[in-house]
Design a binder for this molecule. Structure first.
Ligand SMILES: [Zn+2]
Length: 373
């Protein structure tokens, strides 16, 4: 499955974005500049013992190869550029993948935070699960045929590359966007979304902080790209994406909105919406053995992606904090490569469960007729 890159040959030679898809995602993954494919400082891979993790170039090579091998169900395009100019790819998986069919849509993303490399591996595992299971596993086949899957494996490629430059880890979290002369670099992408941005002491206004929210909502190119893609899926006034997962590490948690307040209703969240979140989140946690709770309960955050996804777009959106459980010390993000397989496949059942509810999330509280008619 994994493809070893050889130097810089990973220029995406084949445009895998079909014409019918233009308008879904605006940039074709092609003609990438060589400079965008090198890790800063000439580093070509993760540190020793972690080489099974995907660098940006390896991730690009893998998804491009998968799309080439499965052109009937997989297409790769881009949601836009990172601050340093890397394409941020998105993988679409569905039957008739080159047609914009009217099917419930699922969005999955990984790696808002640079050092949380297992999140990219999780997204890639989901792609593999769907592709490998299609045509052999009846449940997966059905969930590819009747859904549209959108998967963004690496929201923050600049940060990911920076985190491994020089052959060792740097515990980097933010993106790589400068904050002006003499100021520390980077914005915390998961504090940069616009819904109640900076409202509630769940982020920092200081560029030196790991939780710096940026100078304005959506000041980061990477969050703009996510926003623009999600907004592009509003068709005929209706958001096509119904459910969303964003993968982070660590903590082994399934978290739902609100992230900025302990309130369970208000700001557009009804009592029924909250019940749906609790039911879906709890059911996913039963499948992966994680802890399920409202995001605010872990710690309050503002400008968080899931609050925007639900508050602004009405999408049932969850953060999944991957292995390991809480604690784990200052290197807790750097899970040994031997655990990539077990700790990502562990979530497959929860992901498929959520996808199975994407046609009408309210059905989990017995109110499909009321909300989905
Ligand atoms: Zn994170």
């Amino acid at each position: 499955m994994r493809i070893r890159p050889t130097g810089l040959l990973i220029v995406i030679a084949t445009c895998v974005l079909m014409p019918a898809q233009v308008g879904l995602a605006r940039t074709m993954v092609s003609g990438l500049d060589d400079a965008t494919l090198t890790v800063p400082g000439g580093t070509t891979d993760f540190p020793p013992g972690y080489e099974d993790y995907h660098t940006y170039a390896e991730m690009m090579a893998d998804i491009t190869a998968i799309a080439a091998a499965h052109p009937d169900i997989v297409a790769v395009s881009s949601i836009g550029l990172s601050y340093e100019g890397r394409e941020i790819p998105i993988v679409k998986i569905s039957d008739n993948v080159n047609v914009d069919e009217n099917e419930p849509e699922i969005l999955i993303d990984g790696l808002h935070h640079a050092r949380e490399h297992l999140a990219t591996e999780q997204a890639l595992e989901i792609i593999s699960m769907l592709v490998d299971g299609y045509g052999t596993n009846p449940r997966i086949t059905r969930l590819v045929d009747t859904r549209v899957w959108w998967i963004i494996p690496m929201v923050n490629p600049d940060g990911s590359e920076w985190d491994i430059h020089g052959g060792h880890f740097h515990r980097w979290r933010k993106n790589r966007q400068p904050n002006g002369p003499g100021q520390p670099i980077g914005t915390d992408l998961n504090r940069n979304y616009s819904f109640d941005w900076g409202c509630c002491s769940g982020s920092s206004g200081h560029p030196g902080s790991e939780y710096y929210r940026g100078p304005a909502p959506f000041s980061a190119p990477e969050t703009q790209d996510v926003r623009d893609f999600v907004e592009s899926r509003v068709i005929g006034g209706k958001q096509q994406i119904t459910v969303h997962l964003t993968f982070h590490s660590t903590g082994e948690e399934v978290l739902w909105p609100w992230a900025h307040t302990s309130a369970t209703t208000g700001e557009g969240m009804t009592r029924d919406d909250h019940r749906v979140f609790v039911a879906l989140g709890t059911a996913m946690a039963q499948r992966n053995g994680y802890t399920a709770e409202q995001s605010d309960k872990l710690y309050p955050t503002d400008g968080d992606e899931i609050d925007w996804m639900f508050g602004a777009q009405g999408i049932f959106s969850f953060t999944i904090e991957l292995y390991p459980k809480g604690g784990g010390g200052s290197n807790r993000w750097y899970t040994p490569e031997s655990l990539i397989g077990p700790e990502t496949t562990r979530n497959n059942s929860a992901v498929l469960y959520l996808a199975s509810k994407a046609d009408c999330p309210w059905k989990v509280i017995g109110k499909a007729a009321q909300y989905c008619g």
